[in-house]
Ligand binder design. Structure first.
Ligand code: AMP
Length: 198
């Protein structure tokens, strides 16, 4: 694994632990010589991550739409900034460039990015792993919602369980390394069978 794309808050969160674990995660990436791809911002946990990684010798690429650069939230100290035309194009570019995805706590932007990767994994348009760094149980409500989706028959168990979750940076990186993607064919044939049985 050479390049990880990290999704995380453009805010800092109220508690110090979010920032501290983001720093620890960046240090662990740098120690393994894993490059960072991220949204390119100079705000919130995004900035913490990029700054810590660079302070420990890591390489950072930002991908940012022009309209956000115009609002002056671009990080001007990173190694490479790729400018794109839209938020959609940014996600496409992130998906192409990264070997794996990690989400740290964040808001709507982070949720959108998590959802995009999970949907593409489900359709097997991507077989790159996604892991949530569940700092202070931040994603517990989302995980409970996904479990509800499984028990109500809207999310398949194998797709739910392909999402890696870890409380701790080192364990998360180990789990990413041993990921195997879900087989697509069985899911499609099950969907057809269900619909015909309906
Ligand atoms: P949020 O989780 O809503 O704070 O949004 C952060 C995530 O969405 C990041 O992973 C970014 O890729 C994207 N994003 C949303 N807002 C911004 C912003 N102001 N600057 C840079 N990226 C942003």
């Amino acid at each position: 694994m050479k390049r990880i794309c990290v999704f995380c808050g453009s805010s800092m969160g109220y508690q110090r632990i979010y920032r501290e674990v983001a720093e620890e995660f960046a240090k662990q990436m740098a120690a393994r010589k894993i490059d960072l791809i991220y949204g390119g911002a100079s705000v919130g946990l995004m900035k913490v991550l990029a700054d810590t990684l660079m302070a420990h010798g890591g390489h950072v690429t930002g991908i940012m739409p022009q309209h956000l650069i115009d609002k002056e939230v671009a990080h001007d100290g990173i190694h490479q900034m790729i400018t794109v035309n839209s938020m959609a194009e940014r996600k496409t570019q992130m998906l192409e460039m990264a070997d794996a995805f990690v989400a740290l706590p964040g808001g709507f932007g982070t949720l959108d990015e998590i959802s995009e990767v999970l949907t593409l994994m489900q359709l097997r348009l991507s077989d790159k792993p996604l892991a949530l760094l569940n700092i202070k149980g931040y994603f517990d409500y989302l995980l409970r919602f996904l479990d509800h989706g499984v028990s109500e028959g809207f999310i398949r168990e194998e797709h739910r369980s392909s999402l890696i979750v870890s409380l701790e940076p080192k364990a998360l990186l180990q789990k990413l390394n041993s990921f195997t993607p879900v087989e697509m064919d069985k899911w499609i044939s099950d969907l057809k069978t269900e619909s015909h049985a309906g």
